[in-house]
Design a protein around this ligand. Sequence first.
Ligand code: CDT
Length: 311
Amino acid sequence: MPRIVTMAAAQLGPIPRSETRAQVVERLLVLMRDAAARGADIIVYPEAALTAFFPHWWIEDEAELDSWFETAMPSNETAPLFAEAKRLKIGFHLGYCELAHEQGRKRRFNTAILVDKSGAIIGKYRKIHLPGHAGHEPWRPFQNLEKRYFEIGDLGWRAWRTMGGVMGLMICNDRRWPEAWRVLGLQGTEMVMLGYNTPQHDPAMPQTDPLQDFHNHLSMQAGCYANGTWAVCVAKAGVEEGIMQIGGSCIIAPSGQIVAQALGRGDELVMAACDLDACTPYKETMFNFARHRRPEHYGMIVERTGSLPPD
Ligand code: CDT
């Protein structure tokens, strides 16, 4: 008997700076209802799905910065998502920017949550790989200030047994790092959910601009294959406040093959019925970690010292 989990990738088009949370949530609800009507078990929204991607701008005023963050989840504005998910019996993944009061101070994270079909938050991840820079770099046509606005996530990469499978989360830049996939793979993850906001133009590395879509899919397809997992990978796409962001939202099988992909760069649902048992041959043969993975022989001296061993 196959173990089918029907997944919906809810790509979002641009969110203008002026769009309110309530307006964005209305867009998310339209996609959720459509996904539920088409039989989805889980809908996956992108990274920082409730607002424009503000790390592209230099912000000095603390109150202004705070206004981009959620201090509660659910909040008044996001409560309708939770209520509708419960009513429709659909799980969801949501990326958002989290302002927490912990350790006697404000802490800001780039966060994703996994919500089950009863509307309960069952998993939470805070982004570990924060790209970009911490200072103002006016030479850039736009900033990439995640290192300024967020702390490095402190929850690790975790997988949860829920909704019929083993589900794991990562966020955007994490997808380029094999470590993220492997840590989830080592926990037996069968379905990775991730969202991204990726500009078409990288001011620090413009030679890769024509390769953005290739590198996007390359990292995610390789991560799926080498860990025998499905992934649902979801963009905030299109021209947002003058910055073109790639699309290419997709659902990837444990073979590494893309089974469904977005056609455009606007709000769009991409769906696939994913058989979690399709992970098994990869996990039990080629990537049977217990039988074949040999970290004790990997020559970790570079990892320990940060340099090559002396000749
Ligand atoms: N949001 C995020 O992590 N974006 C980065 C941009 C890197 S610059 C091309 C990413 O890895 O997609």
